[in-house]
Design a protein around this ligand. Structure first.
Ligand SMILES: NC(=O)c1ccc[n+]([C@@H]2O[C@H](COP(=O)([O-])OP(=O)(O)OC[C@H]3O[C@@H](n4cnc5c(N)ncnc54)[C@H](OP(=O)(O)O)[C@@H]3O)[C@@H](O)[C@H]2O)c1
Length: 323
């Protein structure tokens, strides 16, 4: 099969498309013929390994897993002897630890994999899980429900567009902060208020919120503290300079009435099924900025690394699209 390989850490140019041996499913695995996958900020972080600590998990000198890619949508091509939930030909979507930027990947049946939402294209389905899984992990800490308010900073990214829709689903009053060009999009996702950060500094307008969620790691607890209600929580997706966010999370556990939390993503089948339910009900959609063929993975990756994408960047495999 063809797969995007990286056998060393470095810039996007270390990625190349190569023929590799096709995986064979173990007894509890399904082999998926991938129709669409994505390039995420996590893929970029694992490939560059600029944050040295990631190498303790991915290989100190060179990557142990050579095929990147976490999100996928495709068709079941073969199943292991113990698989009961999926059959050959089923259309599925979900997440895998690595290996999705390829024509085929094996995923455990019990992993974060579910039937593809009805009527959704493979492109859209491939982009549903990553940002939304992190947003879910973060928002659960915020106890969102009717009567509670949240401000989502960086509302136009993959995590941000998911957070706005999920917070709305949970019944909270949502204020979304983004650039002028994304105001309309973010309002269409269900934000009650939108703030253009090029025109207004939300930390200085006197408004307060139960939850402030920094979806792009560009704010700080120090700046946002006064915009939190008493008992409020500041949630970040990024450990920050010198990992100060987890340190603050520990400190604020015992001191003060405003808390800090670092969201850590954990992909689960339960979350993928929950997202399927929301997409089937028309309450959630993955925002897609650009789509590239797998062959253009380097260009796609360079675009993701601008940190200016709106929502998600998809790779199509074998040029195959459609519901
Ligand atoms: N903790 C974890 O487990 C984990 C896992 C994966 C990713 N992450 C982190 O999650 C974060 C979000 O990932 P993502 O994929 O959602 O990001 P993304 O899609 O790359 O975010 C792009 C968006 O960020 C906005 N943005 C860029 N600079 C900004 C600024 N200074 N102020 C406000 N908005 C700004 C841009 O919006 P505008 O055009 O409107 O400016 C753009 O739409 C990243 O920091 C990533 O490292 C954490």
């Amino acid at each position: 099969m063809r797969a995007v390989i990286h056998d060393k850490y470095g810039p996007p140019e270390v990625l190349r498309l190569e023929e590799v041996e096709q995986a064979v499913p173990l007894e509890d695995e399904v082999l998926i013929k991938i129709r669409a996958t994505t390039v995420t900020r996590t893929d970029c972080g694992l490939r560059s390994a600029e944050l040295f600590v990631t190498r303790f998990f991915t290989g100190l000198r060179r990557p142990k897993r050579k095929i990147l890619g976490m999100e996928l949508a495709g068709e079941v091509e073969a199943v292991g002897s113990a698989v009961t939930e999926f059959q050959v030909g089923d259309e599925v979507f979900g997440v895998t630890g690595s290996g999705a930027n390829a024509e085929y990947v094996c995923v455990p049946e019990s992993g974060p994999l579910a039937p593809k939402p009805a009527g959704m294209s493979f492109e859209e389905a491939a982009a549903v899980c990553d940002g939304a899984s992190l947003a879910l992990a973060c928002l659960r800490k915020g106890d969102l429900r009717e009567g509670r308010s949240i401000l989502v900073y960086g509302a136009s990214g993959s995590v941000g567009t998911a957070a706005v829709q999920l917070a709305r689903h949970f019944g909270a009053e949502v204020t979304a902060v983004c650039n002028t060009k994304n105001l309309e999009l973010v309002a269409s996702l269900g934000a009650d208020e939108v703030v253009d950060y090029t025109q207004e500094d939300f930390t200085k307008n006197g408004e307060t919120y139960d939850v402030i969620f920094d979806a792009v790691g560009k704010q700080s607890f120090r700046r946002c503290r006064r915009s939190l209600k008493s008992g409020g929580i500041y949630i970040d997706t990024d450990p920050g300079f010198l990992w100060h966010v987890p340190v603050l999370a520990l400190l604020t556990k015992g001191i003060g009435d405003k808390k800090v939390h670092l969201g850590i993503v954990r992909y689960t089948k339960g979350d993928v099924l929950f997202l399927k339910q929301l997409t089937d009900a028309g309450e959630y959609r993955a925002v897609i900025d650009r789509t590239y063929p797998l062959e253009e993975v380097v260009a796609a990756t360079k675009y993701v690394e601008t940190e200016q994408k709106t929502g998600n960047v998809v790779l199509t495999v074998s040029g195959a699209l459609g519901p």
